[in-house]
Design a protein around this ligand. Structure first.
Ligand SMILES: O=C(O)CCC(=O)C(=O)O
Length: 283
């Protein structure tokens, strides 16, 4: 029997380690594809943003009656309600393929991800999804980061928005209005405030940051700083006093925050999301 020489053994070893590397790369691609298909076709990951801590109140919907919410949570601060499964039909409507196939030709308006939120020229939904939802670069300032949120033609989108079930929890004297959004990983909206709001993600994970109305700690924010740059450069410098409250919102959860709470967002993944803004019902 011929004994292989050292160089032949080395070739075999290199060959098999290359094969292993190739196989593991193929497995990673297959795993990513599987994750994407379970995720409505929307990509998970791809940004420098990781899951953060959750420092706000968390409660399971099974333990939170509508009465308890209205009595004890409406003004108490941000709350993450888990175990919410109220929008499966709307979620199916919002898969990547379905949005492109059924509504890709419609024109949507984009806004800059700044506190002043300037509206930019409309693009088709298909173009936005296929070409403009890539991961945010830290070099891109907020005034060049385009985001689709809220500025949707309500008449044109009525049949789609009608599929969305508003949260069963209610704030007495207030009525809901839907705002729909689609955005890429690493994008987000800087600190601002308005009336009480519910938020859900149909797909993707989204970090939320909060300050109470009494504490205007917009430390490190300025109008053209993107949320990604704030997160990478300013957020790590915050201390116990200046750090915002925060939590990551995922599908099957509902976030609520009361009137005038400062808030900002940062998408970890490609995200499809809805905010329900509450305003006083006309008497
Ligand atoms: O979901 C987002 O990225 C923005 C939501 C937001 O700012 C809001 O609901 O007021």
């Amino acid at each position: 029997m011929r004994i292989p020489m050292a160089s032949q053994i080395c070739c075999l070893l290199v060959g098999s380690s290359m094969l292993l590397a190739l196989l593991s790369a193929l497995c990673m691609v297959a795993e990513e594809d599987e994750q994407t298909s379970q995720n409505g076709g929307w990509k998970k990951g791809g940004s420098l943003v990781t899951l953060g801590p959750c420092t706000i109140t968390r409660v399971n919907a099974a333990n939170l009656s509508l009465e308890n919410f209205a009595k004890n949570f409406v003004d108490a601060g941000p709350v993450l309600i888990e175990g919410i499964d109220n929008n499966q039909e709307f979620r199916r409507e919002c898969t990547r393929d379905n949005l492109i196939t059924a509504y890709g030709h419609r024109r949507i308006k984009l806004t800059t991800a700044t506190s002043t939120s300037l509206v930019r020229a409309p693009v088709s939904l298909k173009y936005y999804i296929e070409n403009m939802m890539q991961a945010q670069s830290v070099q891109t300032p907020a005034n060049e980061s385009l985001y689709h949120f809220g500025d949707t033609d309500r008449e044109e989108w009525k049949s789609v928005f009608d599929l969305y079930n508003f949260p069963a929890y209610q704030v007495p004297g207030m009525e809901p209005m839907i705002s729909f959004g689609l955005a890429g990983p690493g994008t987000g909206v800087p600190m601002h405030f308005h009336g009480p709001t519910f938020a859900q993600v149909m797909y993707g994970r989204k970090r939320w940051f909060f300050y109470p109305p009494s504490q205007d700690f917009r430390v490190g924010y300025h109008s053209d700083l993107s949320m990604l740059q704030w997160y990478l450069e300013e957020y790590p410098l915050l201390d116990d006093v200046t750090r915002p409250l925060e939590c990551t919102l995922e599908p099957n959860q509902l976030l609520y925050f009361p009137d005038r709470w400062w808030h900002s967002t940062l998408n970890i993944d490609e995200s499809v999301f809805v905010s329900t803004f509450l305003s006083p019902s006309p008497s």
